[in-house]
Design a binder for this molecule. Structure first.
Ligand code: NDP
Ligand code: PYC
Length: 334
């Protein structure tokens, strides 16, 4: 197992991305995301994603030097056209406008269009909570997941993330999960490491339950929580697809046309300013939220993101942990 410094992780990611032709601004935004993922031990969305960045570029499915354009169609909506680039730079371009609108109106939405997407959403949600805002984000992906009761891929792995800022320099309360039983990236990592996957993650092409990652990647993944995850996945298709005039997961996969590139679609992000909602009782309202969190902890439960924050601390002390084979394979990209 290799341990590398944050500077080394940045330098490795930046060198790979620039050598393959990404612009400085795309490279910086992508590097921030994949290094943060590796630092927080989110292995399916860390440095491993550099392979997808390169293969998506080689497939001609991302614009390496795209510059996002920002539009303000109404007072509480900001729309950013990623112009075929990755979502990260588009998010960074829209965030200051989202912040200004949420603080002015209490609630605002950022719609990102025409972006190539692979990011873990907590990165964006954390940026929103750092501004003192409550945030919600979601997006489709490629059609990989069968609806509850079905057996053929239709929905994406459609992540949903939420964040609540906390007083006294506490890390924000953030959850961020795929609406499939697990992220596809996790199944890909099982395949890479030749490990069986747990039952319940997916079915093979014949619609039978399978623990073989390859069979499930070629069959269909399953939603988490049966009909509940399935309904949430459908909602995300709607509000981050047709509602913002962008592609569903099925349409994204059709656009992909077998090239195995990262999904291409939109993303919806909603930000709320607590000051507008808490009717002047901010301190008491935030204190009641803390009582809720403490109630969870008192029962021995952990807060979502706690594992991530602990991993962040470990990375700060020991360096960022990169499995040997991943490190070796990343070097082959240079
Ligand atoms: P996980 O199941 O690993 O985790 C989901 C969330 O639940 C995390 O916030 C996690 O916190 C929390 N959690 C896990 N276990 C517990 C527990 N015992 N008690 C309390 N909280 C817990 O995530 P997924 O596999 O579903 O998704 C992984 C990532 O993949 C996400 O970041 C998502 O954004 C990304 N993704 C991106 C897609 C895209 O299209 N861009 C598509 C699909 C997924 P912690 O991290 O601290 O464990
Ligand atoms: O892991 O499901 C996933 C995923 C899709 C797009 C980016 N990550």
């Amino acid at each position: 197992m290799a341990y590398i410094s944050t500077d080394e992780a940045y330098s490795l990611a930046e060198t790979i991305l620039k050598q393959h032709g990404f612009s400085d601004r795309q490279t910086r935004a992508l590097t921030d995301t994949v290094v943060a993922g590796q630092r927080d031990e989110c292995h399916s969305h860390g440095l491993y994603r550099l392979f997808n960045c390169v293969s998506t570029l080689n497939a001609g499915k991302v614009v390496a030097d795209a510059e996002p354009t920002v539009h303000e169609p109404s007072s509480a909506i900001v729309r950013v056209d990623a112009n075929g680039g990755f979502s990260q730079l588009a998010f960074q371009a829209g965030l200051p406008v989202l912040n200004e609108k949420a603080k002015r109106h209490g609630i605002a939405a950022l719609a990102i269009n025409r972006c190539v997407h692979f990011s873990a959403l907590w990165v964006e949600i954390e940026a929103i909570t750092e501004l003192g805002l409550v945030g919600l984000a979601c997006n489709p992906s490629h059609a990989w997941v069968a609806p509850e009761g079905g057996s053929k891929p239709l929905f994406g792995t459609n992540p949903l993330a939420f964040g609540w800022p906390r007083p006294n320099d506490e890390f924000p309360f953030i959850f961020d999960f795929a609406t499939s039983a697990v992220a596809r990236g996790d199944i890909e990592l099982h395949r890479r490491e030749q490990r069986a996957i747990p039952e319940g993650w997916g079915i093979n092409a014949e619609g039978q339950p399978s623990t073989d990652p390859e069979a499930v990647l070629n069959g269909a993944m399953l939603p988490f929580g049966g009909h509940k995850g399935s309904a949430l996945a459908a909602m995300i298709e709607l509000i981050a697809g047709p509602l913002i005039n962008d592609l569903t997961s099925e349409e994204s996969l059709a656009y992909d046309d077998g090239s195995n590139a990262s999904p291409y679609h939109g993303e919806l992000i909603i930000a709320m300013d607590p000051k507008h909602f808490m009717a002047g009782n901010d301190e008491a309202c935030f204190a009641r939220a803390e009582t809720l969190f403490q109630g969870m902890l008192d029962q021995g439960a952990r807060l979502p993101s706690q594992r991530r924050y602990e991993a962040r601390e470990r990375s700060r002390n020991d360096g960022i942990h990169v499995p040997d084979t991943l490190y070796h394979d990343l070097k082959q990209l240079l």
